[in-house]
Write a protein that binds this ligand. Structure first.
Ligand code: ADP
Length: 260
């Protein structure tokens, strides 16, 4: 016998309270807590992990390596391919493992947001493969995926002009709010994901769902850009931490050899 489908969860009565606090206690201009880690997969050429609120995303990079099938190779540059994939257990109701239209769209926009910073012309006739695996999703997963993917590319030693950081801003109960969670995305009025390259002052992803006035759009975009700058600092720290940890291990080994 099939179990009956669970009823749809009720939307929260209010997304922002009288004190301007959101359902998870954040202020409107506050990011969710972010944890970044680099180089956790041995078999991939580069990898990174991000937790942003309840999002948990792992990215693996392979390449540059010889292009297969050969006909996709470009004579003057590397081809970047990206697969954004949500694990069946990443959302409340089991998601089909088959690629959805949404996953195809997100794979494309993540790739396009990273292409401008990668020096692909150094590696003609090769491919760089990016696998963005969403283990748990709670809104803003394309942005968190971009943040982690650019770290994984750097971890793979692929020459890049800069790291790309990404963050969404949206509108909930008539107010602009940074870094929307799933409930805010679902029941809010607008969602504006942005990817940004701080040193070049370059926006590499700009999408919009819902409606914003021109003033709201400008203020929202500035909020997202400032958040991307903060995330960019965290990305640099995560990269530095990996090499600091390696240095410590090497030094400990050298000390042990001297003692022996
Ligand atoms: P993003 O994750 O970049 O915000 P969307 O706006 O399309 O992308 O999705 C918002 C959120 O909706 C996702 O982060 C995820 O938590 C949820 N979601 C997406 N697809 C599904 C699905 N098939 N089943 C349940 N929840 C989903």
């Amino acid at each position: 016998m099939w179990l009956e489908k669970l009823p749809e969860p009720k939307p929260p009565e209010r997304l922002v309270d009288d004190k301007g606090l959101r359902i998870d206690g954040r202020r409107l201009d506050q990011l969710r807590p972010i944890k970044l880690e680099v180089g956790l997969l041995d078999k991939a050429d580069g990898s990174a992990y991000i937790e942003q609120g309840k999002n948990k995303i792992l990215v693996g990079v392979y390449g540059p390596r010889e292009a297969h099938p050969k006909h996709i190779a470009m004579p003057d540059r590397a081809v970047i391919r990206c697969r954004y994939h949500m694990a069946p257990f990443s959302v409340d109701e089991r998601k089909s493992p088959a690629p959805s239209r949404r996953e195809m769209e997100l794979s494309k926009v993540i790739r396009e947001s990273l292409e401008p910073v990668v020096l692909t012309d150094l590696y003609p006739r090769t491919t760089i493969d990016l696998f963005v695996e969403v283990l748990q999703s709670d809104g803003g997963s394309r942005c968190a995926g971009i943040t982690a993917a650019s770290l994984a590319l750097a971890d793979a030693g692929i020459p890049m002009r800069e790291l790309v950081a990404a963050c969404a801003v949206g509108k909930v109960q008539g107010k602009l709010a940074l870094d929307l969670s799933d409930a805010e995305d679902k029941y809010g009025e607008a969602d504006l994901p942005v990817a940004y390259v701080p040193n070049a002052n370059l926006v590499t992803l700009l999408q919009m769902d819902g409606a914003l006035t021109p003033d709201e759009f400008e203020t929202g975009l500035n909020m997202a850009v400032e958040a991307c700058k903060a995330i960019h600092t965290m990305q640099r720290e995560a990269l530095k931490k990996k090499y600091h940890d390696i240095k410590e291990v090497v030094e400990e080994k050298e000390e042990a050899e001297v003692v022996a």
